[in-house]
Design a protein around this ligand. Structure first.
Ligand code: KIV
Ligand code: ZN
Length: 505
C-alpha cells in the first residue's frame, strides 16, 4: 500500500481542456516524456474519435515505452473494437451511474447501465486486455447502486475500478469515506479521478489514498475539462513529502515536463502555482531572502532541486541587500558596499513605481552601477528635458555640472536620443571632442515599462576608445546616462595620463 500508481490522462482528459488539441506527433513527444518521468499508465486518448487518435496510438505503442498504454472507450462495442484494433493492451471503459446522468445524458435505466457495464468488462477481458472500469459521476451516485455496479464490474473481471468525481463536488473527508465504504464490498484495486471545480482535486485525490485507493488519475499542470484535473506534480509531491508514499516518478523531471505541456498546449502556468509556478521557489522580502540564504529550510518546504528547479531571489521594493548580493553573486557580479547600496536603491525606486524587477533588469542595473559608480565624476547631469512628436522637431535641453561649473545647452535631432546626445556633446566638446561610435540597445525586458540597457562606445580626438552603459526604464534617460558615463571615462583617462606625464617629467 506504500506504492501509489500514477495514471496519467494528460493526453485524454487533458486534451479535453477547451482550446487544446494535440497532433499525433505531439502526443508521441508527450508520451515519451511521461515515460521518462516514470508514470505507470499513459491514457493516450479515445481511439474511436478520429484517425489521428488511432495514428497516435500506433506510434506510441511502437515506441516501446515502459508505461502501460491505455485507451478510453464508452461501454459501447464499437468503441471497444476501435481500441482493440489499435492493439492497446489496457482499456478504460466508463458509463455514467448517477441518476442525473442516467436520465439526462444517457436516457437509460439503472438496469440497462448495469448490463452495459458488465457486458463491456467481459468483452474487454475476453479479448485479453487489462480492464479499468469507471462509474462516471460516481460521487453523485446513490451509494447502494454504486456498490452494485462496482461489484458487478469486479465479478465481470475488471482489473481496476476507478471512482471519478466528475464534476469536482467532493470534499477530502467525503472522498475518503466513499473509498472506505466501497472497500467493504470490493477486493479490486481502487483508483480516484478528481476534477478541480472547487480547487480540491489534489486534496480529494490524496484523501482517496488515505481511504485506501492505490492509484490516482492526474494530468500535468492540472489541465483538463473546465477547472481541470488533479495536477500530477502536486499529487506526487504531496504523496512523497506529506503522506510518506512512493511512486515511480523521477521528481527532478517534473519542471521540464510541466514546461513541455505548457509549450504544447499554449497554457501559461500561473506564477503562484505549487511546484512548477515561476514563483514557487522565489523569495523577495528581505526577511525571507536572508533566511533562505542562511538556511533554505526557513522558508522552503523542500529543496527546489528535488523537482528540477532552482531557488530565485527576486529583486523588488521589499528586497534586502543580502538577497540582491546573493543573486548578483550567482551571475558573477561582486559589487562593493557603495555599489550595492546604489543598486538596491535603484531596485527599490523601480518597485515603488509598481514595476516588477526581472533578473535581466537587475543585471542591467548592476552592470551599469558596477561599471560607473566608483569612478570619480567630472561631468554630472543635473537637469534634462526632451520634446518629440509628429509635427515637432525632437529637441533636448541638458544642464551639466563640470568641475563645479554649470553649463546649459539645447539641440535638435532625428529623434529624442539623437537630440539629447548632441546637446551633451555641445557642452563637453570643449573638454574632449567625444564622438559616439557605437550605440546598442542591449536588454529590453518585459513590457513597455521595462528597463532599457544601452551600451555605447565613444572615442575622443586622440583615439581613446571607451565603452559605457546606462540602464533606466526610460530609453532616452538610459542613453543619456550611458553618454555621460562614457564622457566621464574618457575625461578621467585623460586626466590620469596628464598626471602621469607630469610626475614622469
Ligand atoms: O471525469 C470523468 O468522469 C472522466 C471519466 C471518463 C472517467 O473523465
Ligand atoms: Zn475526467
Amino acid at each position: 500500500m506504500d506504492y501509489i500508481r500514477i495514471f496519467d490522462t494528460t493526453l485524454r482528459d487533458g486534451e479535453q481542456t477547451p482550446g487544446v488539441s494535440f497532433t499525433p506527433e505531439e502526443k508521441l513527444e508527450i508520451a515519451q516524456q511521461l515515460d521518462r518521468l516514470g508514470v505507470d499508465t499513459i491514457e493516450v486518448g479515445f481511439p474511436s474519435a478520429s484517425k489521428g487518435e488511432k495514428l497516435a496510438f500506433r506510434e506510441i505503442i511502437n515506441a516501446g515505452l515502459k508505461a502501460e498504454i491505455c485507451a478510453l472507450a464508452r461501454t459501447i462495442k464499437s468503441d471497444i473494437d476501435a481500441a482493440l484494433k489499435c492493439d492497446v493492451p489496457y482499456i478504460h471503459t466508463f458509463i455514467s451511474t448517477s441518476d442525473v446522468h442516467i436520465k439526462h445524458a444517457l436516457g437509460m435505466t439503472r438496469e440497462q447501465v448495469l448490463e452495459a457495464a458488465v457486458n463491456s468488462v467481459e468483452y474487454i477481458k475476453d479479448h485479453g486486455a487489462t480492464c479499468e472500469f469507471s462509474p462516471m459521476d460516481a460521487t453523485r451516485t446513490e451509494m447502494d447502486f454504486l456498490k452494485r455496479v462496482c461489484k458487478a464490474a469486479e465479478e465481470a473481471g475488471a482489473d481496476r475500478i476507478n471512482i471519478p468525481d466528475t464534476v469536482g463536488i467532493m470534499t477530502p473527508h467525503g472522498m475518503e469515506k466513499i473509498i472506505r465504504e466501497l472497500k467493504t464490498v470490493l477486493k479490486t484495486p481502487l483508483s480516484v479521478h478528481c476534477h478541480n471545480d472547487f480547487g480540491l482535486a489534489v486534496a480529494n485525490s490524496l484523501a482517496g489514498v488515505v481511504g485506501g485507493a492505490c492509484q490516482i488519475h492526474v494530468t500535468v499542470n492540472g489541465i483538463g475539462e473546465r477547472a481541470g484535473n488533479a495536477a500530477l506534480e502536486e499529487v506526487v509531491m504531496g504523496l512523497h513529502m506529506l503522506y510518506n508514499k512512493r511512486t515511480g516518478i523521477n521528481t527532478s523531471l517534473l519542471y521540464i515536463t510541466s514546461k513541455l505541456i505548457s509549450r504544447l498546449t499554449g497554457i501559461i502556468i500561473q506564477p503562484n502555482k505549487a511546484i512548477v509556478g515561476e514563483n514557487a521557489f522565489s523569495h523577495e522580502s528581505g526577511i525571507h531572502t536572508r533566511g533562505v540564504t542562511v538556511e533554505p529550510l526557513t522558508f522552503e518546504p523542500f529543496s527546489p532541486e528535488i523537482v528540477g528547479r532552482r531557488r530565485k531571489l527576486q529583486a523588488g521594493k521589499l528586497a534586502g541587500r543580502h538577497g540582491i548580493r546573493a543573486e548578483l553573486k550567482e551571475a558573477g557580479l561582486h559589487p562593493t558596499e557603495a555599489q550595492l547600496k546604489e543598486i538596491v536603491q535603484r531596485v527599490k525606486d523601480l518597485g515603488d513605481k509598481g514595476k516588477t524587477v526581472t533578473d535581466a533588469d537587475l543585471l542591467a542595473i548592476a552592470r551599469t552601477v558596477i561599471g560607473e559608480v566608483t569612478e570619480e565624476k567630472i561631468v554630472e547631469l543635473t537637469d534634462f528635458a526632451v520634446t518629440t512628436g509628429i509635427r515637432v522637431i525632437p529637441t533636448a535641453s541638458v544642464k551639466l555640472v563640470i568641475d563645479g561649473k554649470e553649463y546649459i545647452a539645447a539641440e535638435t535631432g532625428v529623434g529624442p536620443i539623437d537630440a539629447a546626445i548632441k546637446a551633451i556633446q555641445k557642452i563637453t566638446d570643449r573638454l574632449a571632442n567625444v564622438r559616439l561610435t557605437e550605440y546598442r540597445l542591449e536588454a529590453l525586458t518585459g513590457g513597455s515599462d521595462a528597463v532599457a540597457e544601452v551600451v555605447i562606445k565613444v572615442e575622443d580626438d586622440k583615439g581613446n576608445v571607451v565603452s559605457a552603459r546606462g540602464a533606466r526604464e526610460d530609453i532616452v534617460m538610459a542613453s543619456v546616462e550611458a553618454m555621460i558615463n562614457g564622457i566621464n571615462k574618457i575625461l578621467l583617462k585623460k586626466r590620469r595620463e596628464k598626471d602621469l606625464s607630469k610626475s614622469f617629467y
